[in-house]
Design a protein around this ligand. Structure first.
Ligand code: GUN
Ligand code: ZN
Length: 436
């Protein structure tokens, strides 16, 4: 069946950190997107497209809006939905005092089902159509997540956390269980519908070298699966990793040693990566998930995206909320904080660079740039509609916006879930703010 939507549109066909913005950004002030069987069949200026849309196909129009690729959250913990905004501590205490307590509840499948529903509902309300997700050590928490996403036909990536030390007994597996449970889940979910499996060692400290060997074996046995973990988030954490793995050279060196640095391997944070570590990311094709709201919340630091993108060894960077250390499901609010992180590093992230990171840049970081994150023929029709006048203060501020770039920047500074008026997953409207 054919459907069509009409409105201003913004998308990217290349990386503006590497090429001229004008060769990357595609902005149509009045576009029509023609959708068939969940995919974009054709797109272009309305004046041209009106001739191509067959008679009888309804065109849904969004005025005073901009249609963008559905946002992609490249690093998020759905089980931490219940601990967003836990007061007062930095990474290692925050993990022990809040996170590891909450995650134990996910041994209960009913609890996991309920949280997965809340989590995905919030994603869609914020125009997030795809996410790369940490579940917990319990396989049933992974089933709960994939089942909830499958009901909504969302393109998701997720995996079971593996960890066998430095966490409460109830959250630990073993090297063999990590392998067996992850392999069984990967066989069940990887490539089923729009789901993909992510091999998920929590972070280097919580796995013994024996477990990392087994996780490396998983990576070899499932060569198309994604890999996710955390790297270089917090200064005390970096020191701890050095003391636990003195022969690996660096934090990144640990993952490299066990065969976990490759295309479609994505590491959260990377704030304190050294030049040598950035070289490893570049050489292996692994990527960083930039999680600015989380980094400010836990006092971890400010990731330098411009440095990561330096042309002599650019690395792939996706945008991420990292809930529950992250503080908002809104990718607009996440961009607001990404701008501030860049400012603290002496550079100002333009609106164009920011929206690229939240869409095509994130798709590239998880190796899905041929499927999602871009509005073009053949891509999956995951879309978000941003209402440019969603609150009184945004409407007032918009009166003084001199061009489209400024309008976009206003949205990422002042906008939040209220700015998302509709979300489409595989061509189907799954969220309508005004009907809700
Ligand atoms: N490092 C290891 N686990 C976590 C986690 O759950 N959240 C964050 N922000 N960092 C981590
Ligand atoms: Zn995380």
């Amino acid at each position: 069946m054919l459907t069509a939507i009409r409105g201003a549109m913004l998308t990217f066909k290349d990386d503006p950190f590497e090429k001229d913005m004008k060769d990357c950004m595609v902005h149509e002030s009045d576009a029509i997107i023609l959708i068939e069987d969940g995919k974009i069949k054709d797109v272009g200026p309305a004046a041209d497209m009106l001739k191509k849309v067959p008679a009888g196909v309804e065109i849904v129009s969004y005025k005073d809006s901009v249609i963008v690729p559905g946002f992609i959250d490249t690093h998020v913990h759905y089980p931490q939905t219940q601990i967003i905004g836990a007061y007062g501590e930095q990474l290692l205490d925050w993990l022990n005092n809040y996170t590891f307590i909450a995650e134990q509840q996910f041994a209960n499948k009913d609890h996991a089902d309920e949280v997965a529903e809340v989590f995905l509902g919030e994603c869609l309300k914020n125009g997030v159509t795809s996410a790369t997700v940490y579940c917990t050590v319990y396989p049933q928490s992974v089933d709960a997540f994939f089942e909830a996403a499958e009901k909504r036909n969302m393109r998701v990536q997720a995996g079971k956390i593996t960890m066998d030390r430095f966490a409460p007994e109830a959250l630990l597996d073993t090297p063999q269980r990590a392998y067996d449970e992850s392999a069984a889940l990967a066989k069940k979910w990887h490539g089923r519908g729009r789901a993909e499996y992510v091999i998920t060692p929590r972070f280097a400290p919580t796995s013994t070298p024996e477990q990392l060997e087994m996780v490396g074996q998983l990576a070899r046995d499932f060569p198309t699966a994604l890999i996710q973990s955390h790297v270089s988030e917090n200064v005390s954490e970096v020191e701890w990793v050095k003391s636990l793995f003195p022969d690996c050279g660096s934090y990144t060196g640990v993952y490299d040693k066990y065969g976990l640095m490759r295309e479609r391997a994505i590491y959260g944070h990377g704030i304190h990566l050294t030049e040598e570590e950035l070289e490893i990311f570049h050489a292996t094709g692994a990527s960083v998930a930039h999680c600015p709201t989380s980094n400010f919340f836990l006092g971890s630091g400010a990731f330098n995206v411009k440095k990561a993108k330096e042309s002599r060894r650019p690395i792939k960077v996706g945008l991420a909320t990292d809930l529950g250390a992250g503080t908002s499901f809104s990718m607009l609010q996440t961009l607001n904080e990404a701008y501030k992180a860049a400012q603290l590093n002496g550079n100002a992230l333009s609106a164009g660079h920011a929206y690229y990171l939240a869409s095509r840049g994130s798709a590239e970081a998880i190796g899905l740039e041929d499927k999602i994150g871009t509005i073009a023929p053949g891509f999956e029709a995951d879309l978000a509609v941003i209402d440019l006048y969603s609150t009184p203060i945004i409407s007032y501020r918009m009166k003084y916006a001199k061009d489209f770039a400024e309008a976009l920047f206003i949205q990422m500074t002042l906008g939040d879930d209220r700015a998302i008026s509709a979300t489409y997953v595989a061509g189907k409207k799954v969220y309508d703010r005004d009907a809700a």
